[in-house]
Design a protein around this ligand. Structure first.
Ligand code: GLC
Ligand code: CA
Length: 565
C-alpha cells in the first residue's frame, strides 16, 4: 500500500493496521511427533497452508515452559520453550520460516502472574524475607481467615495460605498462577528485560494477557458479598485500578517503543471514555480487544451458568458503539473467537440455522469493520462447538470452576453440564480438523483432548480446493481486505452504521476519499426486502450466487454482500 494517503483522520499508516492475524492454540494445532500434543514443528509444517489462506501475522498462545495448569498461561520460565512444544531452536526456526513467507510471529505475554513453579515464587515461599517475596503479593491473614473476601476469576478465594504461616499470596486466576507485584521496581525491570530478549529475536510483537489486572487496590479491603459464597468479584479491586497508567506507560517506553512492533492487549475493564490512553497514536498499545459483544451472552459477573438473553439488534448496538468509540481515538482489534470463547457460529446463530450461509455471513460481518481482523484456528473452516458428555472430558480449569459454582447454586449435574458445555473454553480447544483420517490429521496417536466427531464433514482438506467452501470464502475476504483495489477503504476508511431501521440486519458503510462500500448482513432466517436508496456500482462479494438488485433488494436468509456504491 502506498505511503501517502489523504484520508479522513489523517490516520497514521501502520503495518499492523493492514495485517490479518491468525491465532494458533499450539496444543491443538498440529502434532509432529505423535505424542498427541501440537508443537512448533507442527506449526512450521502448516505455514504454507496459512500463507495460502492469506494471513500475514500469527499470534501463538503461550509456549514458554509451564506446568500447564492453565495450558501455558502459567509460566515457570519466560526464557524457555516448553519441551512439549519443542526447543528454542525450533522457535527460532519458526520465526525464520515464517519470515520467508512474509509472516510475522507474535507471542503471548503473560506478566500479570507467573506459575507457582517459577523460581522466583519458589524462592519467595522458601524464605519470606528474601527479595523474591516482594515479587509477589503476600499479606497477613486476619483471624485465621484470608486478608480479603475477593473471588478469583476461576472461582474460590484469590488468597492461598502459605503453609505453616499466617500469610497468604494473591492469585487473581488459579492458585497455581500467583500474581506478580508490579509495585516492585526490580521485578518490573526483570519483565522488561525478558520482553526485549524476545523482541530482539525478531518477534513481530505481543498479545498481552490480562494486563488490566496488574494494579491492585492498595487498601486491600473486603467488599459486600455478591454471591452465595460470601465473596466479592475480584474485578472490583484489581481490574483497571487507578495508577495503572504509570505501569503501562513505563512498560511501553522501556520495551515496545524501541521496536516497530504490534501490541494487542487483553484489557477488560477499560471504559470507553478511557480508551484514548490505551489505543491512541501514543497510547499504551497498538490496539486492545473489546469484550462487549463477545460476552453479550453472559451476565455481569461473567458466570456461564447464568447466561443472558440477547437479540441481534442488541448485538448490532454493541458492535456499533464499540466501533464508533474506537474510531474517535484510535485503532481496534476485530474478532469473533479466541481460545477463551466458544465457537462463534454456536454463539451468534441458532442451531437450526447453522450453515455455509450463516458462517460466511458472520465472517463478512466482522471482517469488514474498522480494525485489524483476527481469525482463530478452525474458524476459517467453520469449526463448531464440541459437546462433552461427561464433566471429566473437559480439560479447562475454568470449566471445572464454573461447574462447581453451578452445582453450589443448586443446579443438578445434568443441567450444570449442559450450561458449561455451551460456554466452555474447550469448545475452541479441540484439535484442528485437517482431514477425515483417523484423529482428523492432527496426530497419529491419542490426542490430549477429545476430537469433535464432526471432523469427517468439517475439515480443511475437503475445503481447500473447493471454491464454495467456508475456507475459500475466508480466503476471498482476506484478499479483498488486503490486496484489492478496495483495501484502502476497508483498512483506513471511515465507518458508519446503516439500515438500523431494519431488524436483524447489521449493515455499515466504509468511506475513504469519496468512495464508499456498503456491507449488509442479514441475520434473519427469512427473506427480507431492503430499500437501498443508492445506486449499486458493483457487487464485490456475495455469499449467495444471486442478488436481486432493484431499488428494493431481496435478501435471502443469512445473505451477506459487499457493494460498491
Ligand atoms: C487470559 C487468557 C486466558 C487465561 C487467563 C489467565 O484471559 O486469555 O486463557 O486463562 O488470561 O492467564
Ligand atoms: Ca507433539
Amino acid at each position: 500500500m502506498e505511503q501517502s494517503k489523504d484520508n479522513f483522520l489523517g490516520e497514521a499508516i501502520k503495518w499492523w493496521k493492514e495485517a490479518v492475524v491468525y491465532q494458533i492454540y499450539p496444543k491443538s494445532f498440529c502434532d509432529s511427533n505423535s505424542d498427541g500434543i501440537g508443537d512448533i514443528k507442527g506449526i512450521i509444517s502448516k505455514l504454507d497452508y496459512l500463507k495460502y489462506l492469506g494471513i500475514n501475522v500469527i499470534w501463538i498462545s503461550p509456549m514458554y515452559k509451564s506446568p500447564m495448569a492453565d495450558n501455558g498461561y502459567d509460566i515457570s520460565d519466560y526464557y524457555q520453550i516448553d519441551e512439549k512444544f519443542g526447543t528454542m531452536e525450533d522457535m527460532d526456526n519458526l520465526i525464520k520460516q515464517a519470515k520467508l513467507r512474509n509472516i510475522k510471529i507474535i507471542m503471548d505475554l503473560v506478566v500479570n502472574h507467573s506459575s507457582d513453579e517459577h523460581i522466583w515464587f519458589k524462592k519467595a515461599i522458601k524464605d519470606l524475607n528474601s527479595k523474591y517475596a516482594d515479587y509477589y503479593i503476600i499479606k497477613d491473614g486476619i483471624n485465621n481467615n484470608p486478608p480479603t473476601n475477593w473471588r478469583s476469576i476461576f472461582g474460590g478465594s484469590v488468597w492461598e495460605k502459605i503453609e505453616n504461616t499466617n500469610k497468604y499470596y494473591l492469585h487473581v486466576f488459579a492458585k497455581k498462577q500467583p500474581d506478580l507485584n508490579w509495585e516492585n521496581a526490580e521485578l518490573r525491570e526483570e519483565i522488561y528485560k525478558m520482553i526485549n530478549f524476545w523482541l530482539d529475536k525478531g518477534l513481530g510483537g505481543f498479545r498481552i494477557d490480562a494486563i488490566t489486572y496488574i494494579k491492585k487496590d492498595s487498601e486491600f479491603k473486603s467488599l459486600p458479598a455478591d454471591g452465595i459464597d460470601g465473596l466479592s468479584n475480584v474485578d472490583k479491586s484489581c481490574l483497571n485500578q487507578s495508577g495503572i497508567e504509570v505501569f503501562l506507560k513505563e512498560l511501553k517506553t522501556k520495551t515496545f517503543d524501541k521496536y516497530d512492533c504490534m501490541t494487542v492487549a487483553e484489557a477488560p475493564g477499560v471504559p470507553y471514555n478511557n480508551l484514548d490512553k490505551f489505543i491512541s497514536d501514543d497510547g499504551f498499545f497498538s490496539m486492545i480487544f473489546d469484550f462487549s459483544y463477545a460476552d453479550l451472552d453472559l451476565n455481569e459477573n461473567g458466570e456461564w451458568y447464568k447466561q443472558a438473553d440477547w437479540t441481534v439488534n442488541q448485538l448490532r448496538e454493541l458492535i456499533f458503539k464499540s466501533q464508533t468509540e474506537v474510531q474517535k481515538v484510535g485503532w481496534g482489534a476485530l474478532y469473533l473467537e479466541n481460545h477463551d470463547q466458544p465457537r462463534s457460529i454456536n454463539k451468534y446463530v441458532p442451531e437450526q440455522d447453522i450453515s455455509y450461509y450463516s458462517k460466511t455471513m458472520l465472517a463478512t460481518m466482522y471482517f469488514m469493520l474498522r480494525g485489524t481482523p483476527f481469525i482463530y484456528q478452525g474458524q476459517e473452516i467453520g469449526m463448531e462447538n464440541c459437546i462433552m458428555d461427561n464433566i471429566n472430558e473437559f480439560d479447562d480449569i475454568s470449566t471445572y470452576g464454573q461447574y462447581e459454582m453451578a452445582l453450589k447454586e443448586g443446579l443438578n449435574q445434568r443441567d450444570a453440564l449442559k450450561l458449561v458445555n455451551k460456554r466452555s473454553r474447550d469448545n475452541a480447544r479441540t484439535p484442528f480438523q485437517w482431514n477425515n483420517d483417523n484423529n482428523c490429521g492432527f496426530t497419529d496417536s491419542k490426542p490430549w483432548i477429545k476430537i469433535n466427531n464432526n471432523y469427517k464433514v468439517i475439515n480443511a482438506k475437503s475445503q481447500i480446493d473447493n471454491p464454495n467452501s467456508v475456507f475459500s470464502f475466508y480466503k476471498e475476504l482476506i484478499s479483498i481486505r488486503k490486496n484489492s483495489i478496495y483495501s484502502d477503504i476497508l483498512i483506513y476508511g471511515y465507518i458508519e452504521p446503516c439500515l438500523t431501521e431494519y431488524d436483524n440486519i447489521i449493515a455499515y458503510k466504509r468511506t475513504l476519499n469519496n468512495k464508499s462500500l456498503l456491507i449488509i448482513n442479514n441475520f434473519n432466517s427469512k427473506n427480507i426486502s431492503i430499500k437501498l436508496e443508492t445506486d449499486i456500482k458493483n457487487i464485490i462479494l456475495n455469499n449467495y450466487t444471486n442478488f436481486r438488485n432493484d431499488t428494493i433488494c431481496d435478501f435471502q436468509p443469512y445473505q451477506s454482500v459487499i457493494i460498491e456504491i
